[in-house]
Write a protein that binds this ligand. Structure first.
Ligand SMILES: [Zn+2]
Length: 362
C-alpha cells in the first residue's frame, strides 16, 4: 500500500471497524439525528473552538457565594498552627480566628463552619464541655459575632470533640445511645445559638436529632435559626486527617458504623434525607463529596432542597499530596473537583479550598 496516493482520511476510514448500529439494552438515543441534523451539519466542536464560545455555553459554574470554609478554634492566645494533614489550614486561638475571619469576609466567602478543639482536660464521658456557656466554641462565636458580624457563623454540633473516648455521644456497653445523646446534642446546639451562632449543623447521624434540635431552639424562641443537617453522612476513612490532626479526636476504640451510613448504600441515604426534611432541616448535606456524587445528584433530583456537600479533609489531602510530588496541578484539579460537585447538584460546598478558590475566582 502506498501512503502517498491516499489521504489520511481515506486511510482512517479503510481501517475503521464497522460502526455499531445497536447498543446493548435497546436503541441508542438519537440526539437529533432523525431530523437530518447530525454530522456533518452538526459539529459540536464549533462551540468549543475558543474560550468566548465555551464561556457562553458553560452549563455550571462555581461562585464564591457557594463556599463555606471549616475552621478549628483552640484555647489560648496568639496561636496559629498549621494542621499538617490539611496544609494551609490552622488551629487558631480566638484572637487569630478573628484575624482569619476578617480575611475570609474580605474575600467575599459567605460563611465559616466552626469546630472546637477543647483542652483535653475538659473532656468527659458525658460531653458536658460541648454545651458549657464558656466553652471554646461558645466563646469563639461571641467574639466572631462581635468583631466580624457580616460573616455567617455556622457551628458544627457533635460531641466527639468533647468525650474522652471521642465517640459522638454517650456510650453504654460500647454502644452509642441514641436518645440520650440526641438530647445532649440539642442542648449543645442551643448553647451555640444563645452565643450567637447563625446556623447549627448537627453531625452525629442520630435518629431524631433534627426534631430534637428544632424543638429545643423553637422552645427557646430561636424559630428563625436554620438547621443544616448532615443528613447522609457516610462512615468514611476520608475523615482521618480531620480527626487525627484537625480536631485531635481519634476514636479510643470501635468505629462509627452504628450511626454513620454504610458506604455501599444509596437508597438509605434518600430515606435519611427524607426524614431530616420531615423533622425540620432547612439545608440537607451529603458527606463526603467526591466519591458520593451519585448521592448528591439523587438528593437534588429527588428533593430539590437546598443541598450542601462536604469536600472532606481526605479529599483535600489527596489533591494536596499529589500536587506536592508533582503528579497533579493543585489549582486545576481543585476547580475540576469542586465543579463536579456543582454539576451533580450541590448548592453549597464546604471545603478547605475555600480561600484558594475565592482567590482564583476574584
Ligand atoms: Zn461526631
Amino acid at each position: 500500500m502506498t501512503m502517498n496516493n491516499k489521504s489520511a482520511v481515506t486511510l482512517l476510514e479503510e481501517n475503521m471497524p464497522q460502526q455499531r448500529t445497536q447498543t446493548i439494552g435497546g436503541p441508542a438515543p438519537s440526539y437529533g439525528r432523525e431530523a437530518g441534523t447530525g454530522f456533518p451539519a452538526r459539529r459540536l466542536r464549533r462551540l468549543r473552538q475558543n474560550d468566548r464560545f465555551r464561556r457562553l455555553v458553560r452549563e455550571h459554574s462555581l461562585s464564591i457565594d457557594d463556599l463555606i470554609l471549616p475552621l478549628f478554634v483552640v484555647p489560648g492566645h496568639g496561636i496559629k498552627h498549621e494542621i499538617n494533614a490539611i496544609p494551609g489550614n490552622y488551629h487558631l486561638s480566638i484572637d487569630k480566628l478573628i484575624e482569619e475571619a476578617k480575611e475570609i469576609r474580605d474575600l467575599g466567602i459567605p460563611g465559616i463552619l466552626l469546630f472546637g478543639v477543647p483542652d483535653p482536660k475538659e473532656k468527659d464521658l458525658l460531653a458536658t464541655g460541648a454545651y458549657a456557656p464558656n466553652g471554646i466554641v461558645q466563646e469563639a462565636v461571641r467574639a466572631l459575632k462581635k468583631n466580624v458580624p457580616e460573616l455567617l457563623v455556622v457551628t458544627d454540633v457533635c460531641l466527639c470533640e468533647y468525650t474522652t473516648h471521642s465517640h459522638c455521644g454517650i456510650l453504654q456497653d460500647g454502644y452509642l445511645l441514641n436518645d440520650a445523646s440526641k438530647d445532649v446534642l440539642a442542648r449543645t446546639a442551643l448553647s451555640h445559638v444563645q452565643a450567637g451562632s447563625d446556623m447549627v449543623a448537627p453531625a452525629a447521624m442520630l435518629d431524631g436529632q433534627i426534631r430534637a434540635l428544632r424543638q429545643t431552639l423553637d422552645d427557646d424562641g430561636f424559630v428563625n435559626t436554620p438547621i443544616m443537617a448532615y443528613s447522609a453522612k457516610y462512615a468514611s476513612k476520608l475523615y482521618d486527617p480531620f480527626f487525627k490532626e484537625g480536631t485531635q479526636s481519634t476514636l479510643s476504640h470501635g468505629d462509627k458504623k452504628t450511626h454513620q451510613m454504610d458506604f455501599s448504600n444509596s437508597n438509605e441515604a434518600m430515606r435519611e434525607i427524607a426524614m431530616d426534611i420531615e423533622e425540620g432541616a432547612d439545608i440537607v448535606m451529603v458527606k463526603p463529596a467526591l466519591y458520593y456524587l451519585d448521592i448528591v445528584y439523587r438528593a437534588k433530583t429527588e428533593f430539590q432542597m437546598p443541598l450542601a456537600t462536604y469536600n472532606v479533609s481526605g479529599e483535600y489531602a489527596m489533591i494536596d499530596a499529589a500536587a506536592r510530588i508533582g503528579r497533579l496541578d493543585k489549582k486545576l484539579i481543585m476547580m475540576e473537583a469542586l465543579i463536579s460537585m456543582k454539576r451533580a447538584g450541590a448548592d453549597i460546598i464546604i471545603t478547605y479550598f475555600a480561600k484558594e478558590v475565592a482567590n482564583e475566582l476574584k
